[in-house]
Design a protein around this ligand. Structure first.
Ligand code: SF4
Length: 375
């Protein structure tokens, strides 16, 4: 990674009101006292850098901050204020930084958004998942889409208009019609960014335990849903820039793109991962131990050729072959082109003079194609 590039800061907020049946992210239901002690633990780490110090020397320069979760909007507004003050006091935060907070519509309010606006938050990511009541219920989302509309309006009233919505593809029972309804809601909401995640059935979740009782769309239906999503969003001016991400011009998520471009980022909080100056490390997924000072866990070195291929191919422009040759030598490019040939014939991979990328069809089979390219 180029050392002149600035770091992204990720703050994990590991609290949720309830656990959604498909989710295996690290989060749990907590009381007010634990939330207060957690905010203080984040601030102490930002101030003393006691744990990060083994990997991070000198003052950190950052240009993105991302509060993710869990459900960050469960923090009291003052909690964000205290954390942002500590960030600004202890990190060189560019004035033009992108500062995002993930919010759940059911825990969003005018007051929260106006405080976030005042402390410099300029991007909100709202969880919609689906605009269809039946699908929302199945996904464990309380409230109707009207609740999401109200949160969107409150957010816009506060003056934050860079809003992203999360939706889900492959929900049990989802059809092209129901997806059109969800996409229509997003388009009418005039948001600037949309993430369309494919539902994955993770072990140790209620969805996993339901097994075949869960009526998941079959492979063909899933492909049609993905294609419909890409086509419809494109028609309304959202450019796809990553397998699951779409943005209006100028609204690509500057923080998330750091993950795929192997730029530096530092994660703070239980289960938060970091990639900094080539090293990977993370905090153990346990809120209590984070509060009581658990150390970081080393996770080896990152940025090798396999990781580079895998992450670059998630992006629509794909691999910059000149850059790859500079980083890993010309033979690696030759070898990659050779391995990619059968997939270009199947229209899963596109090879241009200086780029190698997955096609839309290739995105649907990305795991298989990428595994073959890095084998
Ligand atoms: S709100 Fe988000 S993080 Fe929390 S349980 Fe649901 S999906 Fe997981």
């Amino acid at each position: 990674m180029s050392k002149s590039k600035k770091t992204g800061i990720y703050i994990h907020i590991p609290f949720c009101r309830n656990k959604c049946p498909y989710c295996d992210f690290y989060s749990n239901v907590q009381d007010k006292d634990t939330i207060d002690r957690y905010i203080s633990a984040i601030i102490i780490e930002l101030k003393t850098r006691e744990r990060l110090a083994s990997y991070v020397e000198g003052k950190i320069s950052a240009d993105t901050v991302y509060f993710g979760g869990g459900t960050p909007s469960l923090l009291p507004a003052e909690g964000f204020e205290r954390i942002m003050d500590a960030l600004r006091e202890n990190i060189n935060l560019s004035p033009e930084s992108e500062i995002t907070v993930e919010c759940n519509p059911s825990s969003s309010s005018d007051r929260l958004f106006s405080v976030l606006k005042r402390i410099g938050v300029n991007r909100i990511s709202l969880g919609l998942q689906s605009a269809v009541l039946q699908e929302r219920k199945l996904l464990g989302r309380s409230g109707t889409r009207d609740e999401v509309s109200k949160a969107l309006e409150a957010c816009k009233r506060s003056g934050i208009d860079n809003i992203s919505l999360d939706i889900m593809l492959g929900v049990p029972g989802q059809s092209e019609e129901s997806l059109e309804e969800t996409l229509g809601f997003c388009i009418e909401s005039r948001v600037k960014h949309l993430s369309a995640y494919m539902l994955k059935i993770e072990k140790n979740t209620p969805f996993y335990r339901m097994g075949s009782k869960l009526m998941l769309p079959d492979e063909d239906c899933f492909c049609r849903l993905y294609e419909l999503c890409c086509e419809k969003l494109e028609e309304y001016g959202f450019k796809q820039y990553e397998i699951s991400n779409f943005a209006k011009d100028g609204f690509v998520s500057r923080h998330n793109i750091k993950y795929w471009k192997l730029d530096d980022y530092l994660g703070i909080g239980p289960s938060a991962h970091s990639f900094y100056r080539g090293c990977r490390f993370y905090f153990p997924p346990d809120t209590k131990s984070f509060i009581s000072g658990a150390k970081l866990v080393a996770d080896g070195f990152g940025g090798g050729i396999d990781e580079y291929i895998m992450l670059s191919l998630r992006l629509v422009p794909g691999i910059d072959l000149e850059q790859m040759s500079r980083k890993f030598g010309n033979n690696s490019v030759k070898e990659l082109k050779e391995k990619a040939r059968p997939f270009t014939e199947l229209h899963l991979v596109e090879l241009n003079e200086n780029t190698l990328s997955l096609t839309r069809k290739g995105f649907l089979l990305s795991n298989t194609v990428i595994a073959a390219l890095i084998s």
